[in-house]
Design a protein around this ligand. Structure first.
Ligand code: HEC
Length: 434
């Protein structure tokens, strides 16, 4: 056992290593929100820490979060390096190595810190997440599509690689009766990231100053050609499997200029809203199939007034943003931490046999605070059952909550959006013209 956990969390941005677990004092039986939010921020800071030059997944502890260059999470293994389109194994179990260019959608040679945004189909990096499938796209105010990238840290990658879970036939068959714990289980310390990216063309200088920007090789959905272009980070999910929370801890961050209200000192424009007061459509008006060529007319995104960011989370955000002042990371905010709930002493680890459904997670059924990320699950604000864990819980037994394993294990099984209107989500797929 290490140090006892402090009664009130101690915000700090000095550690380059992600916390191993949430720190809750023994005997605490109340709402653990502040502890989880503090954990989330520390995990975030570790993920955006500059990485050790030339290596993967290792923070450069000689520098601070202000340093430049590839961030720790940007050196994790993205899906294309793990799930090859022909089911062939990753070239090496070695996390450091980069896979050959033929495996990514741009056939680009990738080395330290490089990032490729694109998919063979041209839609799989653009569709928003649905239940084991993809939904309509998000269009930023500059008329470009928001892109998504999933990536695995070394612990998660090695486990997946050694079990050959990039092959569907290697994934365990779920026996009947269904087991209590997932036959596929990732080890503690496994971290999986989903990041969202926006092309920066057309953004004002004031906007660009406040969002984290890097270069990426981006496949254009219109032409199918790839080019190097700067991209910004509007949102990011960080999930970690921890000793006390085998259902993973789910943390989600947004850049603060996505939607109104404007922040003091903000750029006067929003990345996902034109600021005209036109309300957000109740369903996504854009189709994934067929995908219109950019530039595409954007629509307004808003945070539902029914589920604002929890006021206590906002307090923790204020503390961390102050600590991060002077770096671009001060312009990020924690939207939600989701975790499995069990009654009693909250410092006691939750059993792995517990599911991640809405009734056993924060913020739970009847949630009055945010449970989705505006840049990643834009249209999932209407029902608490649309939160992170309840959706990922459907992949619990087959893939230990990891949708991307269940979907991308060879041969791929990716649900495509329904044709015609479906409430809350929009059509996704345009109805066929008669
Ligand atoms: C409606 C269902 C749904 C909701 C809600 C949802 N996700 Fe996901 N998520 C997915 C799907 C589907 C994928 C995989 C997409 C792919 O691989 O193409 C995914 C991918 C991820 C990944 C990459 C690892 C994996 O499972 O593939 C992370 C991390 C993640 N989501 C975190 C979150 C967090 C945090 C939230 C809440 C703020 C959230 N998700 C909400 C469906 C959902």
């Amino acid at each position: 056992m290490g140090e006892p956990c402090p009664a009130t969390p101690a915000p700090g941005v000095t550690a380059a290593i992600p916390p191993k677990d949430v720190c809750i004092p023994a005997g605490f039986t109340g709402l653990t929100l502040d502890y989880f939010d503090d954990y989330s921020w520390k995990a975030f800071v570790a993920m955006v820490w500059p990485s050790l030059y030339g290596s993967r997944g290792i923070p450069d502890d000689q520098r601070t979060y202000v340093g430049s260059g590839a961030r720790v999470f940007e050196t994790f293994k993205p899906l294309w390096e793990i799930f090859h389109r022909d089911g062939s194994p990753p070239a090496s179990p070695d996390f450091e190595q980069y896979e050959a260019p033929l495996h990514n959608a741009c056939q680009a040679r990738a080395g330290y810190g490089d990032m490729v945004l694109g998919s063979d189909s041209g839609i799989h990096d653009i569709g928003q997440a649905g239940d084991g499938g993809l939904l309509g796209p998000l269009v930023a105010q500059n008329g470009t599509y928001v892109r998504y990238l999933n990536s695995y840290n070394e612990i998660a990658f090695r486990h997946l690689e050694s079990n050959k879970w990039y092959l569907r036939k290697a994934l365990p068959v779920i026996p009947v009766p269904r087991p209590l714990t997932p036959p596929v289980e990732f080890p503690n310390g496994a971290i999986v990231i989903k990041s969202a990216w926006i092309e920066t063309e057309g953004l004002t200088e004031a906007q660009k100053k406040r969002i984290y920007i890097r270069m990426a090789i981006v496949k254009d959905p219109g032409t199918g050609k790839c080019r190097r272009t700067p991209v910004g980070l509007p949102g990011i999910h960080v999930v970690q499997k921890t000793p006390s929370r085998p259902q993973w801890i789910w943390s989600s961050f947004e850049q603060v200029d996505l939607v109104p209200p404007a922040e003091p000192g903000g750029p006067g424009k929003f990345l996902l809203n034109e600021g005209s007061g036109v309300p957000m459509p109740s369903a996504n008006p854009r189709y994934l199939i067929p995908l219109a060529k950019p530039p595409v007319a954007p629509f307004n995104v808003e945070r539902s007034p029914n589920v604002p960011i929890h006021p206590q989370t906002m307090e923790t955000n204020a503390k961390y943003r102050k600590l991060l002042a002077g770096s671009v990371w001060e312009n990020y905010q924690l939207v939600v931490t989701q975790w499995p709930l069990a009654p009693g002493d909250q410092s006691v680890p939750v059993k792995a046999s517990q599911a991640g459904d809405i009734f056993q997670t924060f913020p739970g059924d009847g949630a009055t605070s945010a449970y989705s990320n505006l840049a990643l699950e834009t249209f999932h604000q209407a029902r608490p059952a649309q939160g992170c864990m309840n959706c990922h819980n459907r992949a619990r037994l087959t893939a230990d909550f990891m949708w991307s394993v269940q979907m991308h294990a060879y041969p791929e099984q990716i649900g495509l959006p329904p044709i015609g209107p479906s409430p809350g989500q929009g059509a996704g797929q345009a109805p066929k013209k008669k």
